[in-house]
Structure formats: structure tokens, C-alpha cells
Design a protein around this ligand. Sequence first.
Ligand code: GDP
Ligand code: IMO
Ligand code: MG
Length: 424
Amino acid sequence: MNTCIVGLQWGDEGKGKIVDILAEQHDITVRYSGGANAGHTVVVGDDRFALHILPSGVVRPDTICVIANAVVVDPDTLIKEIDALTQKNITLTRRLFISENAHVVLDYHKKEDQLREEALGNNKIGTTIRGIGPCYADKVGRSHAIRMSDFANLTTLQAKLKTIVEYKNKIFTSLYNAESVSADEIFEKCKSYADQLLPFTIDTTEFLHKSIAAGKSVLFEGAQGTLLDLDHGTFPYVTSSNSSSLGMSAGSGIPARMVNKFIGVVKTYTTRVGAGPFPTEQDNDIGQYIRDKGNEYGTTTGRPRRCGWFDAVAVSYSATIGGIDSVALMHLDTLTGLKEIKICKAYKIDGKVVTFFPANTERLSQAIPIYETLSGWGDDITEVNDFDDLPIDAQHFVCLVEEIIKRPVTIIGVGPKRSQTIFR
Ligand code: GDP
Ligand code: IMO
Ligand code: MG
């Protein structure tokens, strides 16, 4: 049984928690896109892990972890993450595999990300400044890209870096009037990355196909969310990879037909970090209530997340393009205490009722949500582990979500811990 987990909103849906839970039933967990812009939280007992680049299955000692081709690897973050886990006696030897074809994020990518955002001023995308856009741009451009396999030949790498850094420095100094970076310093760092990361670097496509042929089960972990997908999200306010489930095949080398189940992860409300249209946003007391109760502050950047009502138009779109079979609905507990709860079931754009999500940013920014209003509930639900024991209004909420998005909700989150999960 191979499974793919993917966020159906603008990221931070609770993918880390679901991957950690389902990793127990799979042999291998694979990250297939994005980079250290992701922040996936796993809570085990009193320990809280914030994973940026390692697959969230990593905290289970028997899980094999793969970082596949389309991930952009930030060696600094990865090495820090490996060290932090080792300190907690979670070792990665012989169970972490990094694709030799994965592209590498270096310091000049992060600098370029920052300078570009600063120059955009009010029009900035609100990136995580993790160098994601510049690294993927170099990958697509081909001539200035560094991949994990380049660490195996330091002489060639040094020459490549010289050319690339010369080019980048022209941009930094002429275009942005900023300091240049040193190719020698970056090369010295790369030597240390090579020492530490080459032992993990393999052909992950071969490894995954051979593992599946041998009967191993694989869990694919999406990063970001479908609405941040470069081709299908709310461009230009997106990330630079195919963060929907459509990126799974290209990212890992495993065809979608070999995946038995696609599970979409959503929250009972919507959040967004960074700029871009957000029709159901509640920039008011309700948004603040959700932010405080749901602890909606970025795992990677600490930024307060923009919060709003559940947008079933957006989620239906994500579920449709993602081929989603069932849904994990997280943070039901966060809505506790609200008198009324709203679900957006359609938009009005130019006086017309629209139910198919317009990813086009201009049209989306004109969307006026049409809401269904439900009664809230007051009882604490964080210890409930049976659907039938939820307050009737909470059950209604879940059933209405299912009805509008036309997908069964098979997992419900009532808190961050593994045990705070209802299976149906
Ligand atoms: P990811 O990027 O999709 O993995 O999500 P993040 O880790 O960035 O953000 C989700 C946050 O919600 C984390 O702090 C989780 O520990 C927390 N979380 C996940 N599921 C639930 C839930 O059902 N209820 C509550 N209260 N918190 C949850
Ligand atoms: P996880 O995996 C939420 C957002 C950024 C910004 C846009 C582009 O934890 O759900 P980038 O740095 O990728 O160029 O930023 O995408 N973004 C995320 N938002 N969760 C994430 O990851 C995100 N990764 C990127 O805030 O709006
Ligand atoms: Mg996150």
C-alpha cells in the first residue's frame, strides 16, 4: 500500500502530524518537493519536532527516509536537523537516502531571495527567504545549478562555483548595490557538506522502485499546499515547485498509478502566510481567536499566519486536481468556543455565483464568499476519540464539509498529539 499525503490549502494544514501517524504503517517516507521553506510539526509525548527538510517519518526509528529528486536541499538546515535528532538518540545511519539529482540551496540563493523581496517592497511575495525561488530558477536555467552529485567531484565543483558566483555577484552589486559573496568561502562550506552528506547520497529513483518491487510500502509527504503549487496555485503568490500531489510523480520518479491512496490534509479553517488573495480571511477578532487558539504562527519563520473561515471552494478544487480519495480534517478543537462557524460554499464574482475555484489571482481577489453558517459548540473535545462522542454541532460541521467537498473525512484532529486523533 503506497500513500500520498498532501496539503489542500495554503500550507501548514497539519501534514507533519498525519505523516508521523501513518509512517507507522509504511516502510519508507519520501519528501518529494520544496525545501527548507516547509515546517512540519510532529509532537511525540513532551517532544516537539519542527522538521524542515527531513521527512516527518524520521522520528520513528524504523522508518526509512528519502529526500527525492525535486527537493531543493539546504545542506546547512539538513545537517542541523540530523545533528539535533542525533542528540535525541534518533540516528539516521543507513536509513536516510538523499537523491544525487536533488538540487542544492547555497548561501547566494538565500541572499538573492532576500534582495529580490526587499526590492519588491509592497509587492513582495512574502517568501520564507530560504532561497527556494532562486534555487529552482537555477535548476530550470540549468547552466548555474549545483546538485548533490556535484559534491562527489570537488575539483569540478570548485570551477563551477567560480563561474556561478561571478555571475551572482554581478547581480548583487550592480542590480541591488549589495555586498558580493566569496566563492572560496562557499567552496569551503561545500567541502564540509560533501563529507557529511555524500554517505547518504544515492540514486533514490532506483532505490524506491526496487523497494516497491520487493513489497515495501511508501508514504509520500507533500510540502506546502496545493494552492501554493507553481502551476495550479494562486500565482505569483505561490512557491516555486509543484507542491500539489501532481508533483509527486515528477518529484520522486514514481508514477501516480503506483500510489493506492491520496489523502488530503486540511484544517477546519484556512490560513495563509505571505501575500496573495484570501477570500475567507478574517482580519478581525475571529481571525485572532483562531490564531491564538490554533497557535497559528509560522513553524519556519515565526510569522503570524493570516486566518479565516474554511473555504470549501478552494478545498474542492485542490481535491479535484489532486485526485484526493479521503481527507484528514485537522484542528476541530480550535473552533471550540466560537458561537457561529462559517463554511464558504461558493463565491460571487462579477455578480455570478462561482463554485470552481479561480486560481487566477485577479479573479480570486474579486471573490465575495457565500457562507453557510453553523452553530458552534462549547465542550472541550481534545480528549474525544470516537466520532459519535463529539458534540452534535461538531459532527454537523464535519458532515457538511464532507458533503460540499464530496470526499469522506476519515481522520479528525482534536489536538497536536498522536493520541488526539479520531479515525472513522
Ligand atoms: P504542516 O506544515 O502541514 O506540517 O503543519 P505545521 O506543523 O506547520 O502546522 C500545524 C500545527 O498544528 C502544528 O503546530 C501542529 O502541532 C498542530 N496540529 C496539528 N493537528 C492539530 C489538531 O488537530 N489540533 C491542534 N490544536 N493542533 C494541531
Ligand atoms: P509547509 O510545508 C505555508 C509560502 C510562503 C510564501 C510563498 C512562497 O510547512 O506547509 P517560498 O519561500 O516557498 O518561496 O515562499 O509560499 N510557503 C508556505 N506557507 N507553509 C509552507 O510549508 C510554506 N512554504 C512556503 O509563506 O507565501
Ligand atoms: Mg508548516
